[in-house]
Design a binder for this molecule. Structure first.
Ligand code: CO8
Length: 252
C-alpha cells in the first residue's frame, strides 16, 4: 500500500500519482483498489491522474494474473475496481508520459481528457499475451478512434505515439514531459473554475454519447439544461458575465 498519493492543490484540483516504479506501475488488484479508494475519497472539482514524468502504467500486473483462473479473477474484485473508477463523478484528466499499455491505456482512456507528454506511448498488447483487453480497451478505442483504427491497434498489439494518438482523437494536448503534470493541472484547473453543477451535467451528457441513441441522448442533454436553469450557479454565471467579473459559483 502507499503507492497511490493524492496532492490537493488550490483551486479544487487534486493530483493523484501512481508510484510503483519497480513494477512500472503495473496495476495489481491492490493498486487498483488503492486507486479506487483514493479517487472516491477526494472532494475536489477535478483530478489529474498520473504515473509521473516517466511512465503511466505498464498494464495489469502480469505476474499476478499469470496463474489466475477465471473464477479467481471473478472473485478478485478487479472488475469492481474498474467500475468504481469509471463511476467517479469528478472530471478526470489523465497525464500520460511514457508507456500506457494494456490496463494502463484503459486507465488513461477512462479519463475525460488525456494530456500526453511527447514521450507517451499508448497500446493494447493483450493479444500478444493471448489475452484481450478487459477494462474497456476494445470499446473505448473504437468509440474514440473508430472501429477500423481501433482494430489496427487492438488486433496487432502495436503501439501508438503521442502524436498519432492525438491524430486519432485520444489526446487533448501534447507537452514536453517535464511540463506534463503542470500542464494537466492547468487543464484540470480550467475545468474546476467552471460551474461545478454544469461541469458534472455536461460530463454526464458527454458520457451518454457512448451509451444512448442520438434522440435519447439529445433528450438527456435537454434535461440537464433544464436542471441547470433551476440552479443559482447559472444566475451567477450570467450575472458575472454581464457585470464583467469572475463568477463565484456555489454549486447550488
Ligand atoms: N506486470 C508486472 N510486472 C511488470 C509489468 C507488468 N505489466 N511490466 C513491467 N513489469 C516489471 C518487469 O517484470 C520488471 O520486473 P523485474 O525487475 O523483477 O524483472 C520490471 O517491471 C521492469 O520491467 P522492464 O525491465 O521490462 O522495464 P523496461 O523499462 O525495460 O520496459 C515496459 C518497460 C516496456 C513497460 C515493459 O516492462 C513491458 O513491456 N511490460 C509489459 C507490458 C504489457 O504487456 N502490458 C499489458 C499487460 S496485460 C493487461 O494489461 C490487461 C490484461 C487483461 C486483463 C486480464 C485480467 C485477468
Amino acid at each position: 500500500m502507499g503507492t497511490v498519493t493524492a496532492d490537493v492543490r488550490p483551486g479544487g484540483v487534486a493530483v493523484v500519482t501512481i508510484a510503483a516504479p519497480e513494477t512500472r506501475n503495473a496495476l495489481s488488484t491492490e493498486l487498483l483498489t488503492e486507486l479506487a479508494d483514493t479517487l472516491e475519497g477526494l472532494d475536489v472539482r477535478a483530478v489529474v491522474l498520473t504515473g509521473g514524468p516517466k511512465l503511466f502504467a505498464a498494464g495489469a500486473d502480469v505476474k499476478q494474473l499469470r496463474e489466475l483462473s477465471p473464477i479467481e479473477y471473478a472473485a478478485s474484485g478487479r472488475a469492481a475496481c474498474w467500475q468504481r473508477i469509471g463511476a467517479v463523478g469528478t472530471p478526470l484528466v489523465a497525464a500520460v508520459a511514457g508507456y500506457a499499455l494494456g490496463g494502463g491505456c484503459e486507465l488513461a482512456l477512462s479519463a475525460d481528457l488525456v494530456v500526453a507528454a511527447d514521450t507517451a506511448v499508448f497500446g493494447q498488447p493483450e493479444v500478444k499475451l493471448g489475452l484481450v483487453p478487459g477494462a474497456g480497451g476494445t470499446q473505448r478505442w473504437a468509440r474514440a478512434a473508430g472501429r477500423y483504427a481501433a482494430a489496427g491497434v487492438v488486433l496487432t498489439g502495436r503501439t501508438v505515439d503521442a502524436f498519432e494518438a492525438r491524430d486519432l482523437g485520444l489526446v487533448h494536448r501534447i507537452v514536453p514531459s517535464e511540463r506534463l503534470v503542470e500542464a494537466a493541472v492547468a487543464v484540470a484547473s480550467s475545468v474546476a473554475a467552471n460551474g461545478p453543477l454544469a461541469v458534472r451535467a455536461a460530463r454526464s451528457a458527454l458520457r451518454r454519447a457512448d451509451e444512448l441513441p442520438l434522440s435519447a441522448a439529445l433528450e438527456y442533454e435537454r434535461q440537464q439544461l433544464l436542471l441547470m436553469l433551476g440552479s443559482d450557479d447559472h444566475v451567477e454565471g450570467i450575472t458575472a458575465l454581464l457585470e464583467k467579473r469572475a463568477p463565484r459559483f456555489t454549486g447550488r
